[in-house]
Design a protein around this ligand. Structure first.
Ligand code: NDP
Length: 316
């Protein structure tokens, strides 16, 4: 256990956490970033499982997600950020300094910046789990390329599902969107694009109840259940993309902070403040609407500046 008290401790290392680290570092607060291993065992958040990022300003030719995050991290390191590669498993905000545990080590800090992000939601089927990365994916931009000229399915009826379907339609022979209702949740413009795309078909009122074929170790079909009649049928496909939303990584803060209905952390409107002074939340963990690298970075900047102010006010 270390007896030193960090001025700023950041949990998470996506665009929000690393932007906070850059700002806190430049404010001479030598932040500690516990970078977490959410994205398949690697730090850096969801961008680590993204291929090309074409909408991050300043990169007119585009940049890969991992390269962008490497640059964020290098910049944070340049201004004195200390990194610990571990998942935080417990926090205690009941008294100051706040306490955070990762890999059995305890850290103390005057301010804590939470940027633990969100993770893709899965259907929760055993067969889906067994065939993940063997034909089942939650990221078309990462894995779509492996399904060039093949028939694939996308599950979901929101903007993410439409975006994934449209992206895959540019690569695959056909894309079938499987949705559990007969009406899409996606925005009108995305709906229209997907509905009129010649390569995209829709199966309405259907749920995937099994991914086949676990014994073969690869995807060759899905078992669908009609949500109205309960009837089941097997629908052939070579790939299955799950696009049913995200789950915020907020389990650590149960009972300590306030959540919205979707379990995202609640911040005071227009700020990054949680209900506990000195504990700030930034990035996707507190934003289910925009969820962009650039908006996450923006709130990361806000969190670092808010922490700096909090420290100045509470020291003086
Ligand atoms: P949403 O929550 O909007 O949609 C999730 C979809 O998955 C819904 O259609 C839902 O069905 C379906 N679903 C959820 N759980 C299950 C399940 N267990 N089995 C089957 N289907 C399920 O999530 P998104 O990720 O699509 O979008 C999140 C937010 O991000 C939205 O605000 C969206 O507008 C935004 N976004 C914007 C984009 C853009 O503008 N380019 C791109 C991507 C996201 P049901 O409709 O029946 O609830």
């Amino acid at each position: 256990m270390s007896d030193s008290i960090e001025k700023v401790l950041i949990i998470g290392s996506g665009p929000a956490g690393l932007t906070a680290a850059i700002y806190a570092g430049r404010a001479n607060l030598s932040p500690l970033c516990i970078e977490g291993l959410i994205a398949g065992g690697i730090p850096g958040g969801q961008l680590m499982i993204t291929t090309e990022v074409e909408n991050y300003p300043g990169f007119p030719e585009g940049i890969t997600g991992p390269e962008l995050m490497k640059r964020f991290r290098d910049q944070a390191e340049r201004f004195g950020t200390k990194f610990v590669t571990a998942d935080v498993d417990k926090v205690d905000f009941s008294e100051r300094p706040y306490r955070v545990w990762a890999d059995d080590k305890e850290y103390k800090a005057h301010t804590v910046l939470i940027s633990t992000g969100a993770s893709a939601r899965w259907l929760g089927l055993e067969s889906e789990k067994k065939l993940t990365n063997k034909g089942v994916s939650a990221c078309a931009t990462c894995d779509g390329y492996f399904f060039r000229n093949q028939d694939v399915c996308v599950v979901g009826g929101g903007d993410t599902a439409m975006e994934e379907a449209l992206y895959l339609a540019g690569l695959c022979k056909s894309v079938t969107v499987i949705h559990r209702r007969d009406e899409l949740r996606a925005s009108k413009i995305m709906q229209e694009r997907a509905l009129k795309h010649e390569k995209i078909k829709f199966i309405w009122n259907a749920e995937v109840v099994e991914v086949l074929d676990v014994d073969a170790g690869t995807v060759n079909a899905v078992r669908l259940k009609d949500t109205q009649t309960g009837e089941e049928r097997v629908y052939p496909t070579e790939g299955l993309f799950i696009a049913i939303g995200h789950i915020p990584n907020t389990q650590l803060f149960e009972g300590l902070l306030d959540f919205d209905d979707l379990k995202y952390l609640k911040t005071k409107p227009g700020t990054v403040e949680t209900k506990i002074p000195g504990v700030f939340a930034c990035g996707d963990v507190q934003d289910h609407v925009w969820r962009q690298a650039v908006t996450a970075a923006g709130t990361g900047c806000m969190a670092a500046m808010a922490a700096e102010r909090y420290i100045a006010e509470n020291e003086g």
